[in-house]
Ligand binder design. Structure first.
Ligand code: SF4
Length: 73
């Protein structure tokens, strides 16, 4: 990944953890970008500014999240 590729990116992904229900759909869709904490199973964002190569996976995660906890800006 070049610096330019990362700088253009796909935007910033964030998670509203108080809305997360721990369904794990985001981790299945984009395991390089999301994880779940071991205590409650709530989402953790591993990479707030994912590279373009993760675009499809991140959009799928946002679409698949049952609680609308993921926000891509
Ligand atoms: S898909 Fe949504 S509800 Fe499920 S773990 Fe990810 S952010 Fe939480």
């Amino acid at each position: 990944m070049t610096w330019a590729g990362r700088a253009s990116g796909i935007g910033k992904i964030s998670a509203e953890r108080d809305r997360c229900v721990g369904a794990g759909q985001c981790v299945l869709a984009a395991p390089a970008v999301f994880d779940q904490d071991e205590e409650e199973g709530l989402v953790l964002v591993l990479d707030e500014r994912p590279p373009v190569s993760e675009s499809n996976a991140v959009h799928e995660a946002v679409w698949a999240c049952p609680s609308g906890a993921l926000v891509l800006q």
